[in-house]
Design a protein around this ligand. Structure first.
Ligand code: NAD
Ligand code: UDP
Ligand code: UDP
Length: 342
């Protein structure tokens, strides 16, 4: 890459599911990539293949503490994303969203870097309008179990627009909808992780509630493409953009698709619906199409097939590790969060 186009890019949360794919794409494009992560939910395996690249650096750091580095672009992805993970230490989740945003915005302000926030469809809460356009203000329970994440991300958006208005920081806000693919932790409790792990182990698939609640699932490569387009676009800094798939499915449909993709004959078992679980969610992608010329292109069948391959290998590896761990320490957990309720 010509020096002129080569940027120093910071990816916070770069060892996580989305962050590791983003780091990989940026490294392949020839940028100098600094991955910062405290390994709360991310794992080194996700970025191990990048460590030998001359244009990749890894730093263990918690974004709730200040960080002084010289960069041109910042993708702020640091934050646990699975409900099981973000509810485990809700105070830390809010600190990561809010203090982390303040520190990364302070860094962007000092260096003049452009900064993108990984926000979420959760800012819409349990939506009262459908599909959700960026103009919808949301329906969030501020004292519910999901609030540590939802309200933390909403406050981060407020900080982003105000660092732009008050300090002229070049900000971008991506409202990311449910995304899946290789490098999701198989035991992170999200719907694809749970159902695919269960199907591959021929255990009953756990569907919460009656399975009529909906989500639209985006494949990770498409999402990363959207993030990079948003960062490099001339979208006005205070305009959030939805990124995700608009192919809406019920969770029962998702269970059927996972059974088909894995070839499993496992049964479905219904479990209690978690509190404040959004009933319907699907993005309006008009803004993404208009500003970025972007829409996802990977079919669910193809995306699930890639994911099945990854989960099969990962689960085989984890069960090998657990056999070794069980001999060494009977309480060893397979989750990156020790003692996490997986
Ligand atoms: P993930 O849990 O796999 O990755 C999050 C990463 O952030 C992990 O590597 C974790 O160790 C790191 N991290 C957490 N707290 C940190 C801290 N205080 N300091 C430094 N690093 C920290 O989750 P993901 O699915 O890759 O999500 C990445 C981002 O995208 C998150 O901000 C999430 O809110 C957002 N997002 C994801 C989805 C999705 O479907 N995957 C949907 C909406 C929004
Ligand atoms: N900050 C940082 N790296 C920098 C610059 C700032 O981590 O390169 C942090 C620092 O902790 C600061 C926060 O970002 O408190 C917000 O910075 P800002 O300049 O907005 O505020 P102030 O320094 O006045 O608190
Ligand atoms: N879900 C489910 N079975 C599971 C895990 C999740 O039916 O084993 C449901 C969950 O109740 C929610 C949907 O799947 O309605 C998506 O859950 P996920 O945790 O993946 O994401 P989020 O709730 O944050 O959209």
């Amino acid at each position: 890459m010509k020096e002129l186009h080569r940027k120093r890019v910071l990816v916070t949360g770069g060892a996580g599911f989305l962050g590791s794919h983003l780091c990989e794409r940026l490294v392949l494009a020839g940028h100098d990539v600094l991955c910062v992560d405290n390994f709360y939910t991310g794992v080194k395996d996700n970025i191990a293949h990048l460590l030998d690249a001359g244009n990749f650096e890894l730093m263990r750091h918690d974004v709730t503490f200040p960080l002084y580095v010289e960069v041109d672009e910042i993708y702020n992805l640091a934050c646990p994303a699975s409900p099981v993970h973000y509810q485990r230490d809700p105070v830390q989740t809010t600190k990561t969203s809010v203090h982390g945003a303040i520190n990364m915005l302070g860094l962007a302000k000092r260096t003049g870097a452009r900064i993108l926030q990984a926000s979420t469809s959760e800012v819409y809460g349990d939506p009262g309008v459908h599909p959700q356009a960026e103009s919808y203000w949301g329906n969030v329970n501020p004292i519910g179990l999901r609030a540590c994440y939802d309200e933390g991300k909403r406050c981060a958006e407020t900080l982003f627009v105000n660092y732009h208005r008050q300090h002229g920081v070049a900000t971008r806000i991506a409202r990311i909808f449910n995304t899946y693919g290789p490098r999701m932790h198989p035991l992170d409790g999200r719907v694809i992780s749970n159902l695919m792990t269960q199907a591959l182990r021929d255990e009953p698939l756990t569907v919460y509630g009656d399975g009529s609640q909906t989500r639209a699932l985006c494949y990770v490569d498409d999402l990363v493409d959207g993030l990079i387009r948003l960062m490099t676009s001339d979208v006005p800094p205070e305009v959030p953009v939805n990124l995700g798939s608009d192919h809406e499915l019920s969770m029962l449909d998702v269970a059927r698709e996972v059974l088909r993709a894995t070839g499993s004959t496992a049964t479905v078992e219904f479990r209690a619906l978690p509190s404040d679980d959004p009933q319907r969610r699907c993005p309006d992608l008009t803004a993404a199409r208009k500003h970025l010329g972007w829409a996802p292109s990977t079919s669910l069948a193809d995306g699930l097939a890639h994911t099945v391959r990854y989960f099969s290998q990962r689960l085989a590896m984890l069960s090998q590790v657990s056999r070794i761990d069980a001999r060494a320490t009977p309480t060893a957990s397979l989750s990156p969060l020790s003692n996490a309720p997986v």
